[in-house]
Design a protein around this ligand. Sequence first.
Ligand SMILES: O=C(O)c1ccccc1N[C@@H]1O[C@H](COP(=O)(O)O)[C@@H](O)[C@H]1O
Length: 202
Amino acid sequence: MNVKICGITSFEAASWAREAGADMIGFVFANSSRRIPAELAREIGEAVGPNVKKVGVFVNEESGVICDIVKTAGLDYVQLHGDETAEFAENMPVPVIKAFSVKENIPYKEMFAYPAKYILIDSPPARFRGGSGQVFDWSLLENPDVDKNRLILAGGLSPDNIEEAVQSVQPFAVDISSGVETDGRKDETKVFQFVQRAKGAN
Ligand SMILES: O=C(O)c1ccccc1N[C@@H]1O[C@H](COP(=O)(O)O)[C@@H](O)[C@H]1O
């Protein structure tokens, strides 16, 4: 199981993610309490090293701004968490993770035809576009049009529900932000528990 720890804002949180065995870390460049400058993301990314891939999270950002941040921060992927078109994604400088909000009667065929390396399915937006900590009904993903090899599961995951989530959905990867925080800051114990349980749950 691949694991992404999102909303990294400090060197120590990034090193917990790496030591715990996370495959990707996410930096938020959108409206969020977790937003950080591209220069800080670059410094944290350099400290973590090349084995952990760096993802930049954007919501309806201009293409030129994303390209600049990809270069400055040294990103491996962009996560498009807004209403970005397929044409927009095709012009990104690095591979794309496209986030969609879950809803009833989702057109999965259309969703998985989107030109992205991975498709991330998240809960509906709350205060910000993502990172709400809300869980959704995973049985909505029981559909033959869901390509599990490209699926990243997100939305309200936590050390307490991750084993059940992995066993029932069997996605390519899982992504978490608020579920490994205490009082709005990443929590070392929760980061380790989450990664270990996700990787042990196959
Ligand atoms: O984490 C954020 O602050 C954020 C802000 C804007 C867009 C996406 C964001 N994060 C993504 O939200 C989901 C779910 O997070 P949570 O685990 O429910 O808190 C995840 O994909 C993050 O990458």
